[in-house]
Design a protein around this ligand. Structure first.
Ligand SMILES: *Cc1c(COP(=O)(O)O)cnc(C)c1O
Length: 367
């Protein structure tokens, strides 16, 4: 008998998340030094972690024998203060991905529905599948979330609607007016999740925290993985009205965010300088790629985030051929976009190297 027969069917059916290819693995396979590899596959911060966060983490190591503050008092207080909220509005997670899981624990079951956009962040679908819920996908013309269509899709069984804004992997953003119109149509039994992992990159992101303050059934997700350059730590947070935040708190493990990560995140939150440097570098890199793609007649999706989706044709081949030259991009076939690759914005040198290799690989296109 296969062990699969004893296992939960939803787990057996799951197609596991495929992360960006790690630098060390690529270096081993190519016989190169890891420092020669350019990884622009996971929307990481090319400036690295905030130096202030590194120092705070080094200090925190002295206390590594003590269990972390399970209540996350300092970090949650600082986050609350930054946004003019109360600590009771803040839930911290092992990456914002964990908060997505907590939302599913709290609201999904086999009778429930989760609504997301066709080209939304793939983790929503993985989680809905894992909980046996129905995943409802709403088409997104020009890769932009169709919030009217998403409101139309709401039924009595809908529990969660995910709006990634800006969205990954498309980089598109819906504006505040569109969100307001959508929110006016959302009934009380539905929780709207604004996944704002890239919120700090665009100049004028829509304000969704007003819905938290108004006590609507809304959770705003943010993360330390992108603008703060702390992806390895795994810290993210959710902002929600207190009764909703309290439910999520019940669903988490007692020590879900480790003490080193809490210390690093707390310091990073105050490092405005590092955030600003990251934004500036990113804006320059986006402009570089948009011009380069336009010059080459390559279709791309104008981005509000720290990556860009470009139509190269044969995304899997382009990924593999670029990999042979030590540049890791992300193929998009898993998102049903086999002709596209997603490139994270790097340093100027990384961007130039990536473009040079892309040019070479496209010049040798197998027709
Ligand atoms: C990167 C990303 C996250 C962040 O994940 P963490 O678990 O916080 O590292 C969340 N949502 C989207 C859409 C992302 O692209």
């Amino acid at each position: 008998m296969s062990i699969d027969q004893s296992a939960n069917r939803f787990v057996c059916d799951l197609v596991a998340y495929e992360p960006g290819k790690p630098i060390d693995e690529t270096a081993r396979e190519l016989g190169l030094d890891p420092s020669q590899i350019v990884k622009v596959a996971s929307n990481e911060n090319p400036l690295g972690p905030s130096p202030v966060a590194k120092a705070a983490m080094a200090t925190a190591l002295d206390e590594a024998h003590i269990y972390p503050d399970g209540g996350g008092y300092k970090l949650r207080s600082a986050i609350a203060e930054k946004f003019g909220l109360d600590r009771s509005n803040v839930v911290i997670g092992n990456g914002s991905n964990e908060i997505i899981e907590l939302l599913c624990h709290t609201f999904l079951n086999r009778d429930a529905e989760l609504i997301a956009a066709e080209h939304a962040f793939v983790v929503y679908k993985l989680m809905a599948t894992l909980f046996g819920a129905k995943y409802v996908e709403v088409t997104d013309p020009n890769f932009i979330h169709d919030l009217d269509g998403m409101a139309d899709a709401i039924t009595a069984d809908t529990r969660l609607v995910f709006i990634a804004n800006p969205n990954n992997p498309t980089g598109t953003m819906v504006d505040e007016e569109t969100i307001d119109r959508f929110m006016a149509r959302v009934p009380d039994h539905v929780v709207v999740v604004f996944d704002e992992a890239y919120h700090e990159f665009p100049d004028n992101p829509p304000d969704t925290l007003k819905y938290v303050r108004e006590g609507r059934n809304v959770v705003v997700l943010r993360t330390f993985s992108k603008i703060h350059g702390l992806a390895a730590l795994r810290v993210g947070y959710g902002l929600a009205p207190a009764p909703l935040a309290e439910l999520l708190q019940k669903a988490r493990q007692p020590f879900n965010v480790n003490a080193i990560a809490q210390a690093g995140a707390l310091a990073a939150l105050a490092d405005v300088e590092h955030m600003q440097a990251t934004r500036t570098l990113n804006a320059e890199g986006l402009a570089f790629y948009e011009k380069a793609f336009a010059d080459r007649g390559l279709e791309f999706v104008p981005s509000h985030a720290n990556f860009i989706l470009v139509r190269t044709g044969e995304g899997d081949r382009v990924f593999k051929d670029m990999l042979k030259q030590g540049v890791i991009v992300r193929a998009m076939s898993g998102y049903k976009l086999p002709d596209w690759v997603r490139i994270s914005i790097g340093t100027a040198a990384q961007n130039e190297r990536c473009l040079e290799v892309l040019d070479q690989v496209l010049a040798t296109a197998s027709v």
